[in-house]
Ligand binder design. Structure first.
Ligand SMILES: Nc1ncnc2c1ncn2[C@@H]1O[C@H](COP(=O)(O)OP(=O)(O)O)[C@@H](O)[C@H]1O
Ligand SMILES: [Mg+2]
Length: 368
Protein backbone atom coordinates (compact mmCIF):
# COMPACT_ATOMS: atom_id res chain seq x y z
CA UNK A 1 0.00 0.00 0.00
CA UNK A 2 1.38 3.37 -0.96
CA UNK A 3 0.00 6.66 -2.14
CA UNK A 4 2.12 9.68 -3.01
CA UNK A 5 0.82 13.24 -2.92
CA UNK A 6 2.48 16.41 -4.14
CA UNK A 7 0.95 19.61 -2.81
CA UNK A 8 2.25 22.81 -4.38
CA UNK A 9 5.72 21.29 -4.67
CA UNK A 10 8.32 23.84 -5.74
CA UNK A 11 11.98 23.74 -6.57
CA UNK A 12 14.19 26.79 -6.80
CA UNK A 13 17.95 26.64 -7.25
CA UNK A 14 19.83 29.54 -5.71
CA UNK A 15 17.76 32.70 -5.41
CA UNK A 16 15.70 32.75 -8.56
CA UNK A 17 16.22 29.71 -10.78
CA UNK A 18 12.66 28.42 -10.54
CA UNK A 19 12.56 24.92 -11.95
CA UNK A 20 9.34 23.41 -10.58
CA UNK A 21 6.52 25.90 -10.05
CA UNK A 22 4.24 24.45 -7.40
CA UNK A 23 2.75 21.27 -8.79
CA UNK A 24 -0.18 19.27 -7.41
CA UNK A 25 -0.43 15.57 -8.05
CA UNK A 26 -1.95 12.50 -6.44
CA UNK A 27 -0.52 9.11 -7.24
CA UNK A 28 -2.94 6.36 -6.27
CA UNK A 29 -2.05 3.11 -4.58
CA UNK A 30 -0.81 0.58 -7.17
CA UNK A 31 -0.85 3.17 -9.91
CA UNK A 32 1.72 3.40 -12.72
CA UNK A 33 2.12 7.12 -13.26
CA UNK A 34 4.37 8.50 -16.01
CA UNK A 35 5.88 11.99 -15.99
CA UNK A 36 6.61 12.96 -19.57
CA UNK A 37 7.81 16.15 -21.22
CA UNK A 38 10.68 17.64 -23.19
CA UNK A 39 14.21 17.71 -21.82
CA UNK A 40 14.68 20.28 -19.06
CA UNK A 41 11.01 20.55 -18.06
CA UNK A 42 11.68 19.42 -14.47
CA UNK A 43 10.85 15.71 -14.51
CA UNK A 44 14.06 14.48 -12.85
CA UNK A 45 13.99 17.29 -10.32
CA UNK A 46 10.43 16.34 -9.34
CA UNK A 47 11.32 12.66 -9.07
CA UNK A 48 14.45 13.40 -7.04
CA UNK A 49 12.41 15.50 -4.61
CA UNK A 50 10.04 12.54 -4.18
CA UNK A 51 13.03 10.26 -3.64
CA UNK A 52 14.58 12.55 -1.05
CA UNK A 53 17.70 13.18 -3.14
CA UNK A 54 16.86 16.85 -3.60
CA UNK A 55 15.55 19.37 -1.05
CA UNK A 56 11.98 20.54 -1.51
CA UNK A 57 11.87 24.35 -1.72
CA UNK A 58 8.16 24.69 -0.99
CA UNK A 59 4.98 22.66 -0.59
CA UNK A 60 4.36 19.27 0.96
CA UNK A 61 5.20 15.75 -0.11
CA UNK A 62 3.09 13.01 1.46
CA UNK A 63 3.63 9.27 1.29
CA UNK A 64 0.71 7.26 2.66
CA UNK A 65 -0.76 10.46 4.03
CA UNK A 66 2.30 11.46 6.04
CA UNK A 67 4.43 14.51 5.27
CA UNK A 68 7.93 13.26 4.43
CA UNK A 69 9.61 16.47 3.25
CA UNK A 70 12.47 15.96 5.65
CA UNK A 71 12.62 12.14 5.75
CA UNK A 72 15.74 10.43 4.40
CA UNK A 73 15.44 8.34 1.22
CA UNK A 74 15.57 5.18 3.34
CA UNK A 75 12.78 6.33 5.63
CA UNK A 76 10.60 7.01 2.61
CA UNK A 77 10.87 3.34 1.60
CA UNK A 78 11.31 4.07 -2.06
CA UNK A 79 13.49 2.37 -4.65
CA UNK A 80 14.90 4.26 -7.60
CA UNK A 81 16.28 3.11 -10.95
CA UNK A 82 18.31 5.64 -12.94
CA UNK A 83 19.29 6.04 -16.56
CA UNK A 84 22.91 5.41 -15.62
CA UNK A 85 22.43 2.24 -13.67
CA UNK A 86 25.82 2.44 -11.95
CA UNK A 87 26.63 -1.09 -10.81
CA UNK A 88 29.67 -1.80 -8.68
CA UNK A 89 32.13 -3.23 -11.23
CA UNK A 90 34.10 -5.35 -8.74
CA UNK A 91 30.98 -7.04 -7.33
CA UNK A 92 29.05 -9.96 -8.80
CA UNK A 93 25.42 -9.63 -9.84
CA UNK A 94 24.41 -11.22 -6.54
CA UNK A 95 26.55 -8.84 -4.51
CA UNK A 96 25.28 -5.85 -6.45
CA UNK A 97 21.69 -6.77 -5.63
CA UNK A 98 22.49 -7.68 -2.03
CA UNK A 99 24.57 -4.60 -1.23
CA UNK A 100 21.77 -2.24 -0.21
CA UNK A 101 20.05 -4.95 1.81
CA UNK A 102 23.22 -5.69 3.76
CA UNK A 103 23.54 -1.97 4.51
CA UNK A 104 20.03 -2.17 5.96
CA UNK A 105 21.39 -4.91 8.22
CA UNK A 106 18.85 -7.49 7.10
CA UNK A 107 19.54 -11.08 8.22
CA UNK A 108 21.60 -13.12 5.74
CA UNK A 109 18.77 -15.55 4.96
CA UNK A 110 16.40 -12.67 4.22
CA UNK A 111 18.95 -11.06 1.87
CA UNK A 112 19.42 -14.38 0.09
CA UNK A 113 15.69 -14.93 -0.25
CA UNK A 114 15.04 -11.50 -1.69
CA UNK A 115 17.96 -11.52 -4.13
CA UNK A 116 17.13 -15.04 -5.35
CA UNK A 117 13.52 -14.04 -5.81
CA UNK A 118 14.34 -10.82 -7.69
CA UNK A 119 16.82 -12.69 -9.88
CA UNK A 120 14.21 -15.28 -10.74
CA UNK A 121 11.62 -12.67 -11.63
CA UNK A 122 14.07 -10.91 -13.96
CA UNK A 123 15.62 -14.03 -15.48
CA UNK A 124 19.01 -13.40 -13.88
CA UNK A 125 19.38 -16.64 -11.93
CA UNK A 126 22.12 -18.04 -14.15
CA UNK A 127 24.10 -14.79 -14.07
CA UNK A 128 24.34 -14.28 -10.32
CA UNK A 129 28.08 -15.03 -10.20
CA UNK A 130 29.03 -12.81 -13.13
CA UNK A 131 30.55 -9.35 -12.93
CA UNK A 132 28.81 -6.43 -14.69
CA UNK A 133 31.39 -6.35 -17.51
CA UNK A 134 30.37 -9.92 -18.43
CA UNK A 135 26.78 -8.81 -19.04
CA UNK A 136 24.98 -7.16 -21.96
CA UNK A 137 23.48 -3.68 -21.55
CA UNK A 138 20.02 -5.12 -21.07
CA UNK A 139 21.18 -7.58 -18.45
CA UNK A 140 22.92 -4.80 -16.54
CA UNK A 141 19.73 -2.78 -16.59
CA UNK A 142 17.94 -5.84 -15.23
CA UNK A 143 20.40 -6.02 -12.34
CA UNK A 144 19.69 -2.37 -11.58
CA UNK A 145 15.98 -3.19 -11.53
CA UNK A 146 16.67 -6.30 -9.46
CA UNK A 147 18.35 -4.11 -6.89
CA UNK A 148 15.20 -2.04 -6.65
CA UNK A 149 12.85 -5.05 -6.53
CA UNK A 150 14.90 -6.76 -3.84
CA UNK A 151 14.56 -3.67 -1.67
CA UNK A 152 10.87 -4.40 -1.25
CA UNK A 153 10.10 -0.70 -1.38
CA UNK A 154 6.68 0.89 -1.15
CA UNK A 155 7.18 3.05 -4.21
CA UNK A 156 9.25 2.50 -7.35
CA UNK A 157 10.78 5.50 -9.06
CA UNK A 158 12.29 5.22 -12.53
CA UNK A 159 14.23 8.00 -14.24
CA UNK A 160 14.59 7.26 -17.97
CA UNK A 161 15.82 3.73 -17.22
CA UNK A 162 15.74 2.62 -20.86
CA UNK A 163 17.37 5.61 -22.59
CA UNK A 164 20.77 3.95 -22.88
CA UNK A 165 19.49 0.77 -24.50
CA UNK A 166 19.14 0.07 -28.21
CA UNK A 167 15.66 0.11 -29.75
CA UNK A 168 14.97 -3.63 -29.63
CA UNK A 169 16.10 -4.03 -26.05
CA UNK A 170 14.21 -0.93 -25.05
CA UNK A 171 10.97 -2.48 -26.31
CA UNK A 172 11.67 -5.75 -24.51
CA UNK A 173 12.49 -4.06 -21.22
CA UNK A 174 9.42 -1.86 -21.56
CA UNK A 175 7.23 -4.94 -21.78
CA UNK A 176 9.16 -6.43 -18.86
CA UNK A 177 8.51 -3.38 -16.69
CA UNK A 178 4.82 -3.50 -17.56
CA UNK A 179 4.62 -7.21 -16.77
CA UNK A 180 6.32 -6.61 -13.41
CA UNK A 181 3.80 -3.97 -12.54
CA UNK A 182 0.82 -6.09 -13.57
CA UNK A 183 2.19 -8.77 -11.31
CA UNK A 184 3.13 -6.92 -8.11
CA UNK A 185 1.11 -3.69 -8.50
CA UNK A 186 3.75 -1.59 -6.79
CA UNK A 187 3.01 2.14 -6.91
CA UNK A 188 5.33 3.46 -9.61
CA UNK A 189 6.39 6.87 -10.87
CA UNK A 190 8.23 6.70 -14.17
CA UNK A 191 10.00 9.56 -15.91
CA UNK A 192 10.63 9.64 -19.64
CA UNK A 193 10.87 12.12 -22.51
CA UNK A 194 9.71 9.39 -24.90
CA UNK A 195 6.01 9.66 -25.63
CA UNK A 196 5.75 6.08 -26.90
CA UNK A 197 7.19 4.76 -23.65
CA UNK A 198 4.86 7.06 -21.75
CA UNK A 199 1.73 5.98 -23.65
CA UNK A 200 2.45 2.26 -23.47
CA UNK A 201 3.34 2.11 -19.78
CA UNK A 202 1.10 4.61 -18.05
CA UNK A 203 -2.13 4.13 -16.18
CA UNK A 204 -2.10 7.92 -16.16
CA UNK A 205 0.21 10.40 -17.85
CA UNK A 206 1.40 13.73 -16.52
CA UNK A 207 2.58 16.02 -19.30
CA UNK A 208 5.01 18.66 -18.07
CA UNK A 209 6.44 21.77 -19.67
CA UNK A 210 8.70 24.39 -18.12
CA UNK A 211 8.13 23.20 -14.54
CA UNK A 212 4.33 23.19 -14.91
CA UNK A 213 1.82 20.39 -15.41
CA UNK A 214 -0.01 20.80 -18.71
CA UNK A 215 -2.38 17.83 -18.46
CA UNK A 216 -3.05 14.71 -16.42
CA UNK A 217 -5.03 11.82 -17.87
CA UNK A 218 -5.07 8.29 -19.20
CA UNK A 219 -3.11 7.75 -22.41
CA UNK A 220 -6.33 7.70 -24.43
CA UNK A 221 -7.65 10.86 -22.76
CA UNK A 222 -4.56 12.91 -23.52
CA UNK A 223 -4.40 11.49 -27.04
CA UNK A 224 -8.02 12.09 -27.95
CA UNK A 225 -8.67 15.20 -25.83
CA UNK A 226 -5.43 17.15 -25.50
CA UNK A 227 -6.06 20.18 -23.32
CA UNK A 228 -3.82 22.44 -25.40
CA UNK A 229 -1.73 22.63 -28.54
CA UNK A 230 1.48 21.70 -26.72
CA UNK A 231 0.05 18.41 -25.43
CA UNK A 232 -1.50 17.75 -28.83
CA UNK A 233 1.84 18.14 -30.56
CA UNK A 234 3.82 16.23 -27.93
CA UNK A 235 1.62 13.12 -27.70
CA UNK A 236 1.15 11.03 -30.83
CA UNK A 237 3.58 10.08 -33.57
CA UNK A 238 3.78 11.40 -36.20
CA UNK A 239 2.64 14.61 -34.57
CA UNK A 240 -0.76 16.19 -35.04
CA UNK A 241 -1.10 18.54 -38.04
CA UNK A 242 -2.14 22.12 -37.34
CA UNK A 243 -3.99 24.47 -39.70
CA UNK A 244 -4.73 28.14 -39.17
CA UNK A 245 -8.42 28.53 -39.88
CA UNK A 246 -10.68 31.50 -40.55
CA UNK A 247 -14.20 31.02 -39.29
CA UNK A 248 -17.13 32.23 -41.40
CA UNK A 249 -20.67 32.23 -40.10
CA UNK A 250 -23.61 32.00 -42.45
CA UNK A 251 -27.14 30.69 -42.13
CA UNK A 252 -26.61 29.27 -38.64
CA UNK A 253 -23.64 27.24 -39.81
CA UNK A 254 -19.90 27.76 -39.37
CA UNK A 255 -17.46 27.32 -42.23
CA UNK A 256 -13.73 26.73 -41.83
CA UNK A 257 -11.36 28.20 -44.43
CA UNK A 258 -7.63 27.63 -44.52
CA UNK A 259 -5.32 30.57 -45.15
CA UNK A 260 -4.22 29.41 -48.58
CA UNK A 261 -7.84 29.64 -49.74
CA UNK A 262 -7.91 26.10 -51.10
CA UNK A 263 -10.05 24.51 -48.44
CA UNK A 264 -13.46 25.46 -47.20
CA UNK A 265 -15.84 23.17 -45.40
CA UNK A 266 -18.72 23.17 -42.97
CA UNK A 267 -17.71 22.76 -39.32
CA UNK A 268 -18.98 19.47 -37.92
CA UNK A 269 -22.09 19.72 -35.74
CA UNK A 270 -20.40 18.56 -32.54
CA UNK A 271 -17.97 21.53 -32.43
CA UNK A 272 -20.44 24.31 -33.30
CA UNK A 273 -21.42 25.16 -29.73
CA UNK A 274 -17.78 25.79 -28.73
CA UNK A 275 -16.80 28.27 -31.43
CA UNK A 276 -18.46 31.34 -29.91
CA UNK A 277 -17.42 34.60 -31.56
CA UNK A 278 -14.00 33.43 -32.62
CA UNK A 279 -13.02 34.42 -36.15
CA UNK A 280 -9.79 32.46 -36.14
CA UNK A 281 -8.92 29.02 -34.81
CA UNK A 282 -6.14 26.48 -34.90
CA UNK A 283 -7.45 23.18 -36.23
CA UNK A 284 -5.62 19.98 -35.29
CA UNK A 285 -5.89 16.75 -37.27
CA UNK A 286 -4.03 13.52 -36.50
CA UNK A 287 -2.27 11.88 -39.47
CA UNK A 288 -4.53 8.86 -38.93
CA UNK A 289 -7.60 11.06 -39.61
CA UNK A 290 -6.37 12.14 -43.05
CA UNK A 291 -6.98 9.86 -45.99
CA UNK A 292 -6.89 9.74 -49.77
CA UNK A 293 -10.35 9.81 -51.34
CA UNK A 294 -11.34 7.95 -54.50
CA UNK A 295 -13.82 8.50 -57.31
CA UNK A 296 -16.37 5.91 -56.34
CA UNK A 297 -16.30 6.21 -52.54
CA UNK A 298 -19.33 7.68 -50.81
CA UNK A 299 -17.68 10.92 -49.75
CA UNK A 300 -19.45 14.03 -51.07
CA UNK A 301 -17.29 16.12 -53.43
CA UNK A 302 -17.35 19.16 -51.10
CA UNK A 303 -15.37 17.12 -48.53
CA UNK A 304 -12.57 16.33 -50.98
CA UNK A 305 -9.63 18.66 -51.60
CA UNK A 306 -6.92 18.66 -54.25
CA UNK A 307 -3.56 17.83 -52.77
CA UNK A 308 -0.06 17.18 -54.08
CA UNK A 309 1.99 14.24 -52.81
CA UNK A 310 5.33 15.55 -51.52
CA UNK A 311 7.01 12.62 -49.73
CA UNK A 312 6.09 8.94 -49.32
CA UNK A 313 7.52 6.99 -46.39
CA UNK A 314 6.46 3.31 -46.43
CA UNK A 315 6.50 1.59 -43.02
CA UNK A 316 5.15 -1.82 -44.01
CA UNK A 317 1.49 -2.11 -43.22
CA UNK A 318 1.05 1.65 -43.51
CA UNK A 319 2.86 4.66 -44.94
CA UNK A 320 3.38 8.28 -43.98
CA UNK A 321 2.48 10.62 -46.80
CA UNK A 322 3.50 14.27 -46.72
CA UNK A 323 1.05 16.31 -48.77
CA UNK A 324 0.34 19.90 -49.58
CA UNK A 325 -2.81 21.84 -50.25
CA UNK A 326 -1.67 25.26 -51.45
CA UNK A 327 0.81 26.43 -48.83
CA UNK A 328 -0.47 24.00 -46.16
CA UNK A 329 1.85 21.06 -45.54
CA UNK A 330 0.65 18.06 -43.54
CA UNK A 331 1.19 14.35 -42.98
CA UNK A 332 -1.33 11.59 -43.49
CA UNK A 333 -1.02 8.00 -42.36
CA UNK A 334 -2.29 5.76 -45.14
CA UNK A 335 -3.02 2.07 -44.67
CA UNK A 336 -2.37 -0.51 -47.35
CA UNK A 337 0.18 -1.23 -50.05
CA UNK A 338 -1.23 0.94 -52.82
CA UNK A 339 0.90 4.06 -52.41
CA UNK A 340 0.62 7.27 -54.44
CA UNK A 341 3.52 8.58 -56.54
CA UNK A 342 5.54 11.57 -55.38
CA UNK A 343 4.38 14.62 -57.32
CA UNK A 344 0.99 13.16 -58.19
CA UNK A 345 -2.31 14.94 -57.59
CA UNK A 346 -4.82 13.27 -55.28
CA UNK A 347 -8.05 14.09 -53.48
CA UNK A 348 -7.77 14.07 -49.69
CA UNK A 349 -10.46 14.00 -47.09
CA UNK A 350 -10.55 14.25 -43.32
CA UNK A 351 -12.20 12.34 -40.54
CA UNK A 352 -13.53 15.33 -38.63
CA UNK A 353 -15.03 13.33 -35.76
CA UNK A 354 -11.64 13.50 -34.02
CA UNK A 355 -10.76 17.06 -34.93
CA UNK A 356 -9.13 19.30 -32.31
CA UNK A 357 -9.67 23.04 -32.10
CA UNK A 358 -7.48 25.49 -30.22
CA UNK A 359 -7.86 29.14 -29.37
CA UNK A 360 -5.30 31.21 -31.31
CA UNK A 361 -4.22 33.30 -28.31
CA UNK A 362 -4.21 30.83 -25.41
CA UNK A 363 -3.60 27.72 -27.53
CA UNK A 364 -6.03 25.94 -25.19
CA UNK A 365 -8.51 23.43 -26.56
CA UNK A 366 -11.95 25.00 -27.00
CA UNK A 367 -13.65 21.59 -26.97
CA UNK A 368 -14.42 21.22 -23.29
N1 LIG B 1 21.66 21.96 -9.63
C1 LIG B 1 21.01 22.75 -10.49
N2 LIG B 1 21.16 24.08 -10.47
C2 LIG B 1 20.49 24.89 -11.32
N3 LIG B 1 19.62 24.46 -12.24
C3 LIG B 1 19.41 23.14 -12.33
C4 LIG B 1 20.08 22.20 -11.46
N4 LIG B 1 19.65 20.96 -11.77
C5 LIG B 1 18.78 21.10 -12.78
N5 LIG B 1 18.64 22.40 -13.11
C6 LIG B 1 17.74 22.95 -14.16
O1 LIG B 1 16.43 22.55 -13.88
C7 LIG B 1 15.70 22.32 -15.07
C8 LIG B 1 15.01 20.99 -14.99
O2 LIG B 1 15.96 19.97 -14.99
P1 LIG B 1 15.55 18.44 -14.94
O3 LIG B 1 14.61 18.22 -13.82
O4 LIG B 1 16.81 17.64 -14.94
O5 LIG B 1 14.78 18.27 -16.33
P2 LIG B 1 14.31 16.95 -17.08
O6 LIG B 1 14.58 15.77 -16.21
O7 LIG B 1 12.85 17.15 -17.34
O8 LIG B 1 15.09 16.91 -18.37
C9 LIG B 1 16.68 22.44 -16.21
O9 LIG B 1 16.52 23.69 -16.81
C10 LIG B 1 18.02 22.35 -15.52
O10 LIG B 1 19.00 23.08 -16.21
MG1 LIG C 1 15.88 14.11 -16.53
Amino acid sequence: MATVELKQIKKTYGKDTHVVHGIDLEIKDQEFLVLVGPSGCGKSTTLRMIAGLEDITGGDLLIDGKVVNHATPNEREIAMVFQNYALYPHMTVYENMAFGLKLQKLPKEEVEKRVTNAAEVLGLTTYLKRKPKELSGGQRQRVAMGRAIAKDAKVFLFDEPLSNLDAKLRNEMRTEIKRRHLHDKRTTIYVTHDQVEAMTLADRLVIMRGGHIEQVGTPMEVFSRPSNKFVASFIGSPAMNFFNIDVEKSGGEFFFKDHSGNMKFKAPQHVKEFIGNRQHLIMGLRPSDIFIAHDNDNIPEEWKFDATIEIVEPLGKNALISMSIGSELFIGEIMGMNLPEVGSQVKVSFNLVHLSLFDCETEKSILV
